[in-house]
Ligand binder design. Structure first.
Ligand SMILES: CCCCC/C=C\C/C=C\C=C\CC(=O)SCCNC(=O)CCNC(=O)[C@H](O)C(C)(C)COP(=O)(O)OP(=O)(O)OC[C@H]1O[C@@H](n2cnc3c(N)ncnc32)[C@H](O)[C@@H]1OP(=O)(O)O
Length: 302
């Protein structure tokens, strides 16, 4: 269903983005002459994008049941939809969240890295790199609304955001648990974590494959705020409203200054990183570990 209403924002608010927050706080909603803001919902099969009620904000919802694993299709759709949002200059901030009850994302899709051929591994890894680079360097303000379990690649995705709000439910956990699967978090996963929680905490978390329950995740700095489950998205939106008060150009240049050196680490050797991944993941011993892990996951129900 196309929702093609058009809202007009006064040009002065676009030139002074922080004015929008103040204006809307004063109850300003009058459509007056200015720049058109599309309120059209768009997206694709696995990624839904809906403009939020606040101007300039969208909610991107992942819906790849049962666990939002990052399949090649989901990664591709994510990048395409992010690009659409970035090209539409009316959007300044995005909340990333999940449509799968109790799960933000189960991380990389294990069926993409288990029992396939080297060409597939290479294609898949390129898509994982692309997702990370696009999110990590996005000019948009990104807030993760973590409404469920958030292991491995799911955690990585949330770490690319500028702020993380997590549901305060001890059933959920977040972390880079790769070693538990017998695999190794690549250097750029590691760098993203180090940039978030520091070197010592990362070293411990990565070696032990720690999955932190919400309270511990908050303590270590992996997430920024815990709220009751039904307030995760609304809190993420109100955090975005605060960030929107900062002039875009200054915030974007600052974000880029903080993140570009880390992203350059991968940009300089993308092909080498793909080759490393393909040769690592193709090893018999690694494939066996992954098969055993998948089998355990599948047996859980039986
Ligand atoms: C030195 C050189 C280094 C080079 C670099 C080398 C390697 C790096 C390589 C890879 C990095 C990988 C990072 C990753 O992201 S790996 C994925 C890790 N993910 C996990 O460990 C999470 C596993 N899943 C879970 O823990 C639970 O499923 C979860 C808590 C998310 C949800 O639990 P719930 O009980 O609700 O659901 P389940 O019954 O467990 O699952 C339902 C269904 O989904 C399947 N499934 C779960 N997770 C995945 C997954 N990640 N990929 C694919 N499929 C998944 C599960 O098997 C069930 O399937 P079925 O039984 O219904 O068929």
């Amino acid at each position: 269903m196309a929702l093609t209403a058009v809202v007009r924002i006064p040009t002065r608010a676009l030139l002074r983005p922080w004015a929008r927050l103040r204006d809307s706080a004063l109850g300003w909603m009058e459509p007056v002459g200015g720049v058109e803001v599309s309120t059209q919902r768009f997206g694709s099969q696995r990624v839904l994008v809906e403009p939020a009620s606040a101007a300039g904000v969208a909610v991107m919802t992942f819906k790849n049941p049962p666990v939002n694993s990052l399949s090649l299709e989901l990664l591709t759709e994510l990048v395409i939809n992010l690009e659409k949002l970035e090209n539409d200059k009316t959007f300044r901030g995005v909340v990333l969240t999940s449509d799968c009850p109790g799960i933000f994302s189960a991380g990389l899709d294990l069926t993409e890295i288990c029992g396939r051929n080297p060409a597939h591994y290479a294609e898949y890894w390129k898509a994982v790199q692309e997702m990370w680079l696009r999110l990590y360097l996005s000019n948009l303000m990104l807030v993760a609304a973590i409404n469920g379990a958030c292991p491995a690649g799911g955690c990585l995705m949330s770490l690319t955001c500028d702020y993380r709000v997590m549901a305060d439910n001890p059933k959920y956990a977040i972390g880079l648990n790769e070693t538990l699967l017998g695999i190794v978090a690549p250097f750029w996963f590691k760098d993203t974590l180090v940039n978030t929680i520091g070197h010592r905490a990362s070293e411990r978390a990565l070696q032990l494959g720690l999955l932190f329950p919400p309270t511990e995740a908050l303590q270590v700095g992996m997430v920024d705020r815990l709220v009751p489950e039904d307030q995760v998205q609304s809190t993420a939106l109100s955090v975005l409203a605060q960030w929107m008060a900062i002039p875009d150009h200054a915030r974007q240049l600052t974000k880029n200054m903080m993140r570009k050196p880390t992203a350059d680490g991968l940009l300089k050797k993308r092909d080498e990183d793909i080759q490393n991944f393909v040769s690592f993941i193709s090893r018999d011993s690694i494939q066996k570990s992954l098969q055993m892990y998948l089998a355990k996951l599948r047996q859980k129900k039986g």
